[in-house]
Design a protein around this ligand. Structure first.
Ligand code: NZQ
Ligand code: ZN
Length: 385
């Protein structure tokens, strides 16, 4: 196990009817800005619960954060914060709203020119406004981590940053608010959580990280058991509760401490979204089976372990187990209704070349062994036509 430090200061408030508890978490006399997306919270009663809980505060609102949130939109929120002298933000929505809020709270305090540099140049953040979240879609883990992914529409860049200053002060996780998710978003959330664990587990490693491996396998197993149930019985509270808590743990730092990490599936996926607008989880479901195939020698030990421990594949040679495990992962995604081929989304060779060029231009060498260049990404995508 590698040396590591672990720090996660996010207070989680979990369960039914917990949105009202935000009032006790926000410092008295704060001027609050409620940040949300395209309006789902007005249809499912979350907006009403939030505004009721905020009745003793002066509060304002900023809506219109889009999926794969745009830098351009975030900067409008920053202007409003400065204008109204806001001192606490409440993010109400899915990963996009939470990610946007992370960038907004950093950008509002950034004094080193254009805040885009936080993403494009990795410029340091020295300060950020405090914020909390009311999560409405379990998928990204953003409610319990310090990372965010922001898109600049103008240049089709989708870039990530992370900084301990942008951990939420608290996150409210009421599984009941996820009942209103359409099946597509339920499935996306399950795929995203699954791939978050995979990025921190399915690696070449000489390290002995049994504790992290067993945690990771529990999360992956849970997602394969509860995921299909959530689609079959969308009103099952316990299933939603398991998925919501698992998705936070999939990316709150815990399973990845002291282990090598991959993240190439995400980085290639971000480019597909940046150029072609596919949902984040959809891009992951396309890339991962291809990546597992191209890197099967490097990752052999862990792919075999994944096959045996999570998908119950036994009694064959390692090579057969690897092939069957790749198929099992693809079948799991397809079984959730998420199509896993580029052609399912009208994409082919042209898109592969665009992504090859972008990654080669960036000079990125992705993955735990730093060997996935634009050319290797193109090889991966070629298998996913
Ligand atoms: O905008 P509204 O109207 O709220 O509708 C949203 C949106 O259209 C809707 N929705 C959310 N909660 C709902 C609901 N509809 C009905 N009922 C509810 N309870 O769902 C749609 C998708 O929402 P979005 O927030 O975009 O989805 P998700 O949570 O999957 O977030 C995706 C974003 O997170 C980033 C992705 O790249 C992407 O931009 N990620 C962030 C990470 C992080 N910060 O750690 C890690 C992830 O790997 C991921 O990259
Ligand atoms: Zn993700």
């Amino acid at each position: 196990m590698k040396n590591f430090s672990f720090y996660n200061p996010v207070k989680i408030i979990f369960g039914k009817d917990t949105i009202k508890d935000i009032a006790a978490e926000i410092p008295a006399k704060s001027k609050v800005l409620v940040v949300y997306g395209g309006g789902s919270i007005k249809k499912n009663g979350v907006y009403d619960q939030v505004t009721k809980a905020l009745s003793s505060f002066e509060w304002h609102e900023f809506s219109g954060i889009e999926p794969n949130p745009h830098y351009e939109t975030c900067m409008k929120a920053v202007a409003l914060i400065k204008d109204k002298k806001i001192d606490f933000i409440l993010a109400v929505g899915g990963g996009s709203v939470v990610d946007a809020t992370k960038f907004i709270v950093a950008a509002a305090c950034f004094e080193d020119g254009d805040p885009w540099k936080i993403l494009s140049e990795g410029r340091a953040i020295k300060k950020a406004l405090p914020y909390g979240t009311v999560l409405t879609l379990s998928a990204t883990g953003s409610e319990m981590n310090d990372g965010a992914v922001i898109t600049r529409a103008e240049t089709q860049d989708k870039l990530a940053f992370s900084n301990p200053l942008v951990y939420p002060k608290f996150s409210v996780l009421d599984p009941e608010v996820t009942f209103s998710l359409p099946p597509k978003q339920i499935a996306n959330g399950i795929v995203d959580s699954f791939v978050h664990v995979i990025e921190q587990y399915l690696v070449y490693s000489e390290e002995d990280t049994l504790m992290q491996d067993l945690w990771a396998e529990s999360l992956l197993k849970l997602l394969t058991i509860e995921g299909p149930k959530a689609l079959r019985n969308p009103d099952d509270y316990n299933v939603r509760a398991n998925l919501m808590w698992a998705s936070s743990w999939a990316l709150n730092g815990w399973v990845g401490r002291g282990v090598d990490q991959d993240w190439a599936t995400h980085m290639i996926g971000h480019e597909i979204t940046a150029f072609y607008g596919l949902d984040h989880a959809v891009t992951l479901s396309i890339v991962l089976p291809g990546l597992m195939t191209v890197l099967k020698d490097q990752k052999a030990k862990k792919i075999v372990r994944l096959g045996k421990k999570v998908f119950g594949i036994e009694g064959a040679s390692d090579n057969e187990i690897i092939d069957r495990t790749v198929k099992a992962v693809e079948g799991f995604f397809e079984g959730l209704g998420v199509k896993t081929r580029l052609s399912d989304y009208g994409l082919g060779g042209d898109a592969i070349e665009v992504i090859r060029k972008r990654l080669n231009e960036r000079g990125w060498k992705l993955g735990e062994c730093h060997n996935i260049t634009g050319d290797v990404a193109a090889e991966i995508l070629d298998l996913r036509r």
